[in-house]
Design a protein around this ligand. Structure first.
Ligand code: SF4
Length: 402
């Protein structure tokens, strides 16, 4: 997806200049909003409360009067029923699964990744703001492409993808469409996953869980005040992480390390200790910030700072810590090592897998300990390089025609 130049003023504190909840839908692009409104159906994740409807798709739990919208701007009350996005994509791309990032889910696979429009957060450093903030921000010009779940699955087949992933905008706010796509994808033997901010509800997780094998949560720090500046709360996201683990879904967590925003040692250590308290086997990816969208003031994260964050995670007791966005510059932090014997079992360079040494069920070749992850899918007997040979390099992320 091509992004226009960032036209926004510099902010340092992570606070968007305008409160999204105060902006009517279509403030950014009225014709786009009208096109999105036409591509809706009556949703599943809501209930009537008198004249109003209560949306339960995300942690905001908006109570929406007739003719009004939720915080995300894409779900609205029409005649006492909640209409939700359905039947289009705003972004469609085939990515290495490592780009999501999932490092313990079908390594080396292609992931057909789709996104719609809108978000329930308004992060000043959003790297997908053209789609996530399209209904709030006049600078975010994009288009929607009508498509069916069957057409998406056919595209996955053409691209050789083993996964179908909902990303680029917040999947929770478009969960009904994601489930329709995932149901078709599962029928074709594909694995399904979401890349989410974690502002979930038990109802949304119950709705999604039968159709997905993996969930990535963006844990944006460990300070509730900062979280509120992004549009959420820390407690809602940490509860989502607990619930995902309790449900047995494969979970990986990502934290973008932003200088001056969430990179103090105390905060990163507290975050890692929380993850350890849930499960020390949760892979934690710390990734490097670069100035983007409305947050152009802080400098990019340095190699030293990123490796220090990874060290804090490992010292806290996490068994799988990765440093991302700086390929070839973070040493062993790109690789997977056996927590039992220390052998390097997957060697990476960015999205590329250089060596893959795990057995078909994730066994370490040296000590035979089985590493946690989803190493094979229902429709796949092998994964690239699982015989120990050098795996074929990934193709780079590439747009897919609708
Ligand atoms: S998805 Fe979240 S933000 Fe959108 S209407 Fe529902 S509760 Fe509100």
């Amino acid at each position: 997806m091509v992004q226009p130049q960032n036209p926004h003023a510099v902010t340092r504190d992570g606070r968007a200049p305008v409160s999204p909840a105060a902006v009517p839908a279509g403030a950014g692009n009225p014709s786009l909003a009208a096109a999105v409104d036409r591509r809706t159906v009556v949703g599943a994740l809501w209930r009537a409360e008198g004249e109003r409807v209560r949306c339960v798709a995300c942690g905001h739990r908006c109570l929406i009067s007739a003719g009004r919208r939720g915080v995300c701007k894409v779900r609205f009350n029409e005649g006492g029923r909640l209409r939700v996005p359905f039947g289009y994509v705003a972004g469609l791309q085939c990515d290495p699964v490592e780009k999501k990032p999932f490092f313990h889910v079908l390594p080396g696979s292609e992931a057909l990744t789709f996104g719609m429009l809108g978000c329930d957060f308004h992060c000043a450093y959003c790297q997908n703001w053209v789609t996530s903030q399209a209904l709030r921000d006049a600078a975010a010009s994009t288009r929607v492409h009508p498509i069916t779940p069957e057409q998406l699955v056919a595209a996955a087949g053409r691209e050789g993808a083993k996964l179908v992933v909902s990303s680029y905008n917040e999947p929770l706010i478009t969960a009904e469409w994601a489930v329709a796509v995932f149901a078709a994808a599962r029928g074709a033997g594909l694995e399904c996953a979401v890349v989410s901010n974690g502002n979930a509800t038990p109802e949304a997780l119950e709705f999604l869980a039968p159709w997905i094998g993996a969930y990535k949560v963006d844990l944006k720090g460990f300070n509730d005040q900062r979280y509120r500046s992004l549009g959420g709360t820390l407690a809602q996201v940490t509860e989502t992480i607990r619930q995902l683990r309790a449900r047995g879904l494969w979970l990986e967590v990502v934290t973008l390390v932003v200088p001056g925003f969430n990179d103090s040692e105390a905060e990163l250590r507290a975050l890692a200790q929380f993850l350890v308290s849930v499960d020390p086997d949760i892979p934690w990816h710390v990734t490097a910030f670069h100035p983007d969208y409305r947050m152009t003031d802080p400098p990019a994260t340095t190699v030293t700072a990123l490796c220090r964050a990874a060290e804090l995670g490992a010292a806290a007791g996490l068994r799988f810590v990765y440093a991302g966005n700086l390929p070839g510059r973070v040493g062993e932090w790109e690789n997977t090592r056996c927590p039992n014997c220390g052998a390097t079992v997957i060697e990476r360079h960015g999205y590329l897998i250089r060596q893959y040494r795990l057995g078909p069920r994730g066994e370490c070749p040296r000590c035979q300990r089985t590493l946690p992850g989803r190493w094979s899918s229902p429709g796949a007997a092998t994964v690239p390089g699982d015989d120990g040979r050098r795996a074929e390099p990934h193709r780079q992320p590439r747009p897919v025609q609708c």
